[in-house]
Design a protein around this ligand. Structure first.
Ligand code: H2P
Length: 826
């Protein structure tokens, strides 16, 4: 494991308060053309960013010099999502000048928290997958590995969520309306991307036949670089995001002839590619746009890699030594045929040569077993957008089936059909996940259990064919953002307890376990939790108008809204408690605040109904004086990274309640445990490994195991059995048919009940209900014993060092990437 010193004295960018102050003032005057008396917080924030950037860019230049000087192997991380959140605080901490900047700004009459909140979140992602990519590039830079992240420079990130009468409303998220101080446009590295058209077979200059693609359209990819500062400031890598533009977008002739709108049509079409993240793909046009997006950024990124490589090499014999490309999920697997196209069609390599290279550079991370998230493209659509790539995929498939499958399973057509990259059916589909496995030297899952399921359930025959290609890398989170920066109080306590090196070596926190029984330490630990809860209570009041007490259990579920994540199971628990309280207002339960944050995909009706349901149930419960405020329910609007940073330090209970076998890993579970929340969860994803680390007595596990889930489904699961056999469950489900929570709108919540009964309850909420309620009772009991709870919380916080994303990155380096660390600034 690489050790990078992060002791304060070793930070290369030591800067005193005076120098920082002067820099901010200078930028206020000379970069933004304003003065102290006129500047608002936005101007102060921007001037602060410019002051920080002086150091960031110096680090960037040094890193560039170092890495290009040694011409080293680098990892290229291709991801449709990078959920960066805000960067100001992160960059200050990583440069080791947070305190300096805070004090300098205070002397300038500015509050650093206010300035930091001026920054819009870079919400270029949807959930855990995108945030993982952001944590990974932080760790890569921290460990000094040569790396570049490649993605799309979306004009709008994930939508901004508002609630209207409890319903989710989507509004565009314009994160860079007024510019983004962190990014640099690089017109010198623009790439051109061909699309559509047709392919011809021609005779090449050597008399050999060759394929020539005549594209119907060319798009330009404009790169924007965002510097990624490693903790300690020793290395600054980049995240390169591509923006689409029309090649020659303004048609003068049409404009001069009076066609003012038509003249811009091409521009609008080209720009649509990087307009939004996950355009609705219910229509054919939406599907085409998604495929185009995936191809667009892979094509630009590969050209960029080849361009850089060719600066130093005359042939491709060293390509696979220099370049490794990690495909973050199935979305970028189109990069495989694209590299083949660039090598064979454009660079003139033989197929065999190109395929041998390609097979050594690509590795694929799978993030989900859910079929809906594994890309498949209709062959007709594919051929329309990428005619040459379809041919290449056919060739890859043909060789794979004839040379590999037929050898292992001679005369077995069924096996060929099973493993074919093309799914025969109506319509025929390209299975991109299969292409990923065939074209990559490694395929990994993101937690131990998920990686096992990949082998057993998702790709069993591929596993039989190539067992050595399958591996696991358990996810992680960066402790810099998810403890040091978001929870300064707890960080200070840990600094005192174990010294200041834990942000890079999180296993040092294990020493704190010895203090878990110490009443004084418990008191300090829980006092910090209480203060964090008070802070969150203020945010809750401001966002929802609901007053909550920091004495209550803060029971939090934050993640994408999806049936498999089972926010509606949590809702059933709330309804159960509410009903019990109505039957007996003196019922002795620990007060709880149920806190949610989640966005539902705009086209996912039931997910939106669940948000509506929780909001309406919350309204009724929060207003019901009979239950004396014993439970409250709040759904915080517009969940995003910066809100998570305020919620996670305040959690007592972390809800990780997915149907076993469905959540590949989860990373919110790690963030909560690190910040001293106890997990209530199923044996799913990384919960299994968290349990191993914290011990069975410090986690609340419930529900069916993954094996039990699959046997139950095979045996014919009937959710109605649970409904009829449990009168309490029946009563709360029937409640949803009434207008109890939605006055004058009877049945407004009925779709949730319908999905659980008529819809067959595909994620087994009802099968797990009883066990979940029992586990929640155990939580209630545990919380009564303050010393016991404190001990459990401390043990959680101290025991999850394994989930540092530096460890994940080191695992990737050791098993897949084989990189060397070169911190740029010693
Ligand atoms: C996904 C998986 C998570 C996993 C994450 C990162 C797709 O994220 O479902 O289980 O932890 O990738 O590997 P999410 O659901 O949070 O969007």
């Amino acid at each position: 494991m690489v050790q990078v010193s992060t002791a304060a004295e070793d930070f290369p960018f030591y800067l005193d308060k005076e120098a920082f102050k002067q820099s901010v003032q200078r930028h206020l005057h000379t970069t933004y053309g304003t003065v102290e008396s006129k500047a608002n917080s936005l101007a102060w924030w921007k001037a602060t960013c410019s002051a920080i950037n002086e150091l960031v860019f110096e680090g960037l230049t040094e890193t560039h010099k170092k890495h290009s000087g040694i011409d080293t192997r680098a990892v290229h991380y291709l991801s449709l999502e990078f959920l960066m959140g805000r960067l100001t605080r992160n960059n200050l901490y990583n440069l080791g000048i947070f305190e300096t900047a805070r004090d300098a700004l205070t002397e300038l009459g500015q509050d650093i928290d206010t300035l930091c909140s001026e920054e819009p979140d870079m919400a270029l992602g949807n959930g855990g997958l995108g945030r993982l990519a952001a944590c990974f590039i932080d760790s890569l830079a921290t460990l000094g590995y040569p790396a570049i992240g490649y993605g799309i420079h979306y004009e709008h990130g994930l939508f901004r969520q508002e609630f209207r009468d409890g319903h989710q409303i989507e509004r565009p998220d314009s994160w860079r309306d007024y510019g983004n101080p962190w990014e640099i446009c690089r017109p010198e590295s623009i790439q051109k991307v061909p699309l559509y058209g047709y392919v011809e077979t021609e005779f090449g200059p050597n008399g050999k036949m060759r394929k020539v693609w005549h594209p119907g359209e060319m798009i330009r990819g404009v790169p924007w670089d965002i510097p990624v500062v490693g903790f300690g400031g020793h290395t600054v890598n980049i995240l390169r995001l591509w923006e689409s533009r029309a090649d020659d977008y303004f048609d003068w002739d049409v404009f001069n002839a009076g066609g003012y709108v038509d003249a811009q049509a091409e521009k609008a079409r080209a720009e649509a590619i990087s307009k939004v993240l996950y355009p609705n793909d219910e229509t054919l046009a939406g599907k085409e746009l998604r495929l185009t997006q995936q191809y667009f950024f892979c094509c630009c990124s590969l050209q960029d890699m080849l361009r850089r490589y060719k600066r130093r090499h005359d042939d491709f014999s060293h390509f696979a030594e220099q370049i490794v490309i990690q495909l973050n999920d199935t979305h970028p697997t189109i990069a495989i045929p694209e590299l083949m196209r660039q090598l064979v069609d454009l660079e003139g390599l033989k197929w065999e040569e190109a395929w041998a290279i390609s097979q050594q550079v690509f590795a694929y991370t799978n993030h989900t077993l859910l079929p809906e998230a594994l890309e498949k493209w209709d062959v007709v659509l594919f051929e329309h957008v990428l005619p040459r790539h379809l041919e290449i995929i056919y060739e890859i498939n043909h060789r794979f089936l004839d040379e590999v499958v037929a050898k292992k399973w001679p005369n077995d057509d069924q096996m060929k059909q099973r493993l074919s990259i093309i799914e025969e059916g109506n319509p025929r589909m390209v299975r991109m996940a299969y292409l990923g496995v065939v074209g990559c030297f490694k395929t990994n899952g993101v937690a131990y259990m998920h990686s096992e399921l990949i082998k057993k359930e998702l790709f069993p025959y591929f596993y039989e064919l190539w067992p050595e290609r399958f591996t696991n890398v358990t996810n992680g989170i960066t402790p810099r953002r998810w403890l040091k920066a978001c929870n300064p109080r707890l960080s200070a306590l840990f600094d005192e307890a174990v010294g200041t090196h834990w942000p890079t070596d999180l296993t040092l926190l294990r020493q704190v376990v010895a203090k878990a029984d110490d009443p004084k330490f418990q008191k300090r630990f829980m006092a910090i939790k209480h203060q964090n809860k008070q802070d969150l209570a203020k945010v809750i009041l401001q966002l929802t108008g609901v007053e909550v007490s920091a004495e209550a259990i803060f029971d939090i579920q934050i993640k994408r809204l999806h049936e498999y994540k089972r926010q509606h199971l949590n809702m059933l628990h709330i309804l159960t408690l509410y009903r019990r309280l109505l039957q007996d207002p003196d019922l002795d339960i620990q007060p709880r605040v149920f806190i949610f944050g989640a966005k539902a995909a705009p086209g996912y009706k039931l997910a939106k109904d669940i948000i509506f349901g929780i909001n309406k149930i919350g309204e009724r419960i929060n207003a019901d004086e009979r239950i004396k405020g014993k439970i409250k329910v709040v759904f915080l609007p517009n969940y995003r990274v910066s809100l998570a940073e305020q919620m996670i330090p305040a959690g007592d209970l972390s809800e990780q309640i997915s149907t076993a076998g469905k959540e590949a890993s989860g990373t919110g579970n790690m963030k909560f445990a690190l910040n001293g929340a106890l997990t209530i969860g199923t044996m799913d994803g990384a919960n299994v490994e968290i349990r191993e680390e914290v011990g069975d007595e410090n986690i609340f596990i419930f529900g069916l195991s993954a094996d039990e889930v699959s046997s139950k489904l095979k045996a014919g699961y009937n959710s109605r059995d649970y409904y009829y056999n449990n009168p309490e469950l029946k009563a709360i489900l029937d409640w949803l048919d009434s207008d109890y929570f939605t006055p004058n709108q009877p049945g407004a919540l009925a779709s949730i009940k319908r999905s659980l009964l008529d819809g067959g309850d595909p994620f087994l909420c009802l099968a797990d209900y009883e066990s979940y309620i029992c586990a929640q009772q155990a939580v209630d009991q545990a919380y009564r014993d303050k010393a016991r709870w404190a001990k459990m919380a401390i043990i959680n916080s101290a025991s999850v060092g394994k989930f540092n994303s530096d460890r994940s990155i080191q695992d990737y380096v050791d098993t897949i990437w084989k990189l060397k660390s070169y911190p740029a600034i010693e």
